[in-house]
Design a protein around this ligand. Sequence first.
Ligand code: G6P
Length: 469
Amino acid sequence: MELSRLVVVSNRVAVPDPTGKGSAGGLAVALREAFQAYQGIWFGWSGKVAAHPSSQPKLVDKERVQYALMDLTSLDRQEYYNGFANRALWPIMHYRIGLSEFSRADYAGYLRVNRTFATALAQMVRPDDLVWVHDYHLIPLAAEMRALGLTNRIGYFHHIPWPAPEVLGTLPGSRELLRAITDYDLVGMQTDRDADNLRRALMQEFGAAQRKADIVDLGERQTRVKGYPIGIDVRGFEQAAQRSGNHRIVRQTAAGLGSRQLIIGVDRLDYSKGIPERMEAFERFLIGNPDQRGRVTYLQITPTSRSEVPEYATLSRVVNETLGRINGSLGEPGWVPIHYVNSTYPRSVLAGLHRLAKVGLVTPMRDGMNLVAKEYVAAQNPEDPGVLVLSKFAGAAQQLTDALIVNPNDKFEVAEAIRDALYMDRTERITRWERMMNAIRETDVSWWAATFLRDLSGNKSLGRTRTQV
Ligand code: G6P
């Protein structure tokens, strides 16, 4: 019998860079090992827009994996990606009801793209293949595939938070999304709290029963909903940090610092990350600790993101204004308090910059996991590690309990944590760092992918019929 293949589906597909220089994103690193164990296909949007896209994907074979790339129309991109996924779902999932803009046309576009993807996949998928779908762009994909008659085991991993039922319930169409999610055999969430939120929503909406701790029973179908905290390639990141000293940007940053201490933040430009709030907390720290002026530099690395979505353009203006105001009011000739860069750096450079930084500021307003927190820890020098200041609203806070845990809405609390981090003695820094390293090693990226796939492939007992709920 042929071995099952792994078919991964995600909105973005990371085809290896032909120059070999590009940095692999988190998911690409996570899947690399899974693709060693299974022959694989990675299916998704090419990132390109075409006037008349083909209904069949373009196939690219590389390093044991077949990449299957679909183009979208510009209307698809507008309605599915910018519209429903990023303007309606994303804010709701991050508890920002007031920012969510629902439009029926966008929702129809979201369903249309999911149907197009399902139709193309139905031609490629063999009966024994395991299908692993990633993230909020593709929640209805399994339902569309089931409607086409596919009975494969299909898993879904949700990379972002899953909100409380009361929050999700404010989104028009959320009941349909909940119904669609039950077409997956296994649904993975970043934390047990997120898994509990989804199970409660299913029980409230459909009167489902909870069979075992993690199985929701809807009569003819059962869906397992469970937390699988995503990890990083700890060894790879550690090694990149150790080797990073020769990199031009890392050297220049170290030279520019002189005897100043470095505080670092690395986030996509997204309102969920709390960037202006963090800058204001740093301002508060400088006002409360005038002796620290000229002695610390805060480097915020923020690649721009989703700039066609109006809320992101507004955020960009707010960040620039906040930055200008703080640097203008507190800076001095020869010292700029906050360095703000929009470039995207390879992981090797980020690893080196994290290692230079005495404090890592990871203070999102909400985050599924936040891998930057784990990368900051992995990059540290074991003899003299820096301190992580971490938002209680990042999934990572469930595991990294030895970070300085803060409420990102309270800039006084964050300012105090910055101060405590800078003054923490070496013995305490080492103790905290060792415990955090143990936590991230235990649930690294290989553990994450292997555990999810083991549960998905062993899920045979979970009955699957084509009947709709
Ligand atoms: C989050 C999501 C990913 C997404 C990434 C970048 O991490 O969970 O699915 O790919 O943001 O966002 P973008 O819109 O640029 O793909």
